[in-house]
Design a protein around this ligand. Structure first.
Ligand code: PMP
Length: 405
């Protein structure tokens, strides 16, 4: 085949097949519980609906400026000032098709072939593939002590003369860990001194629990945004539950944003006008929707931890943010893909294998949805795996008897 070797080498997420299996089961009427999906169940915030609808009904839906509408970028500038204590200019902001495309364009803008990008495990599945698509080399740093937070020395050891950037996602998908401020401070200082780009994927930054805070990287540099190596990625998907709107953004030096603007102009032209209007409505609207979501997922986190305690052999590091947890199931299986498939087939529960995030033996559990799904989903998993649990359970209206332990 004479197709691009690079494009052909990009792997499809193995969870796609699990999700497909789950969809088929659901279509057959099976009561599948989805603890795999990373999106909140809330309705779109009212002000976002109104703003998007107003743009649509105006009948004036045309190309917008490549970098996004001036009014949305103004809302992002205000958001950056309020949440990051940084005043940035319009030329420091670009609106993108989701945070995902912002990360991809940042990597495309920064990397020459063979440049290395440090990725901290556990990591979001798309980072290594995106780095490779931009002809870079992903360098994974896995915490040696079995926690989800690497030590600064471990990261420093992975840096070489080819290191161009590090991606820092805190609160972290999939572990829910918030990296301590001391680590962020050390990393920012190191990156600024060494000219390494610090890409902060802040997509979950307000979904934090127990009064903790994900301290922004900007807090640790005196440099002006145009001189700094910090690039901040954010978007409306997770905080406002607006995953389908596909609006994200990047804040960075004028030089980087200008190149991203050119890349965007030659690829997607601009994110859709109606969706930009809706995102603006969310940013300018009542922020209590974010707090309501935060409280809901914090409560779900507590419920999940409580339920996991009933297992004899599952260990779970307490998530401090996001809507994910990454419990350790190695007592039951070393192969997380096989385990996830087993749980789907036997217990009709969807989870995501930790192998995809660089943490084999773990399962990522999403608690973005209904509390009762968390409770029932974990009860079913316990029934399927834990010999100390009763060997009968009702799944839907069917009485199931465990005959494999
Ligand atoms: N970064 C992380 C860590 C994510 O989990 C996600 C979504 N799963 C994204 C970025 C992408 O966000 P968006 O939907 O805005 O593209």
């Amino acid at each position: 085949m004479s197709l691009s070797q690079l494009a052909r080498s990009i792997v499809e997420s193995p969870t796609v097949s699990l999700n497909e299996e789950a969809r088929l089961l659901r279509e057959r009427g099976e009561p599948v519980i989805h603890l795999g999906i990373g999106e909140p169940k809330n309705k779109t915030p009212f002000q976002a609906i109104l703003a998007g609808a107003a743009r649509l009904t105006s009948g004036d839906v045309k190309y917008t400026p490549v970098e996004g509408t001036p009014s949305l970028r103004k809302a992002i500038i205000r958001y950056t000032e309020e949440n990051y204590d940084r005043l940035v200019a319009p030329e420091n902001v670009i609106v993108t098709i989701g945070a995902k495309n912002a990360i991809w364009m940042v990597l495309f803008t920064l990397l020459n072939p063979g440049d290395e990008v440090i990725i901290l495990a556990p990591y979001w599945v798309s980072y290594p593939e995106m780095v490779r698509m931009c002809q870079g080399v992903p360098v994974i740093v896995t915490p040696e002590d079995g926690t989800f937070v690497p030590r600064f020395e471990e990261i420093e050891r992975a840096v070489s003369s080819s290191t161009r950037a590090i991606i820092v996602n805190s609160p972290n998908n999939p572990s829910g860990a918030i990296y301590p401020p001391e680590l962020i401070a050390q990393l920012v200082d190191f990156c600024e001194r060494r000219g390494i780009y610090y890409i902060a994927d802040d997509i979950y930054h307000k979904l934090v629990f127990d009064g903790k805070r994900a301290v922004p990287a900007y807090s640790f540099t005196q440099k002006d945004v145009n001189a700094s190596h910090i690039i901040v990625i954010n978007g409306v998907a997770k905080l406002y539950g607006m995953t389908g709107f596909r609006i994200g953004w990047a804040v960075a030096s004028r030089e980087i944003i200008e190149i991203m603007r050119r890349v965007q102009s030659q690829t997607v032209t601009t994110p859709a006008a109606i969706l930009q209007a809706a995102a603006e409505g969310a940013l300018n609207g009542m922020q209590s929707v974010v707090e309501a979501l935060r409280l809901h997922v914090q409560n779900n986190r507590d419920v999940l931890l409580q339920e996991l305690k009933t297992f004899q052999d599952v260990r779970c590091i307490r998530p401090e943010g996001t809507f994910y947890a990454l419990p350790d199931f190695r007592a039951y299986s070393q192969d997380s893909m096989a385990l996830a498939r087993f749980l789907l087939q036997k217990a009709l529960v969807v989870t995501v294998p930790g192998r995809e995030f660089g943490m084999e033996g773990h399962l990522r559990i999403s608690y973005a949805g209904e509390t009762r799904d968390v409770v029932e989903g974990i009860a079913r998993i316990r029934w399927a795996l834990d010999p100390t649990s009763p060997n009968e359970i009702y799944i839907g209206d069917r009485r199931m008897v465990r005959d494999w332990l």
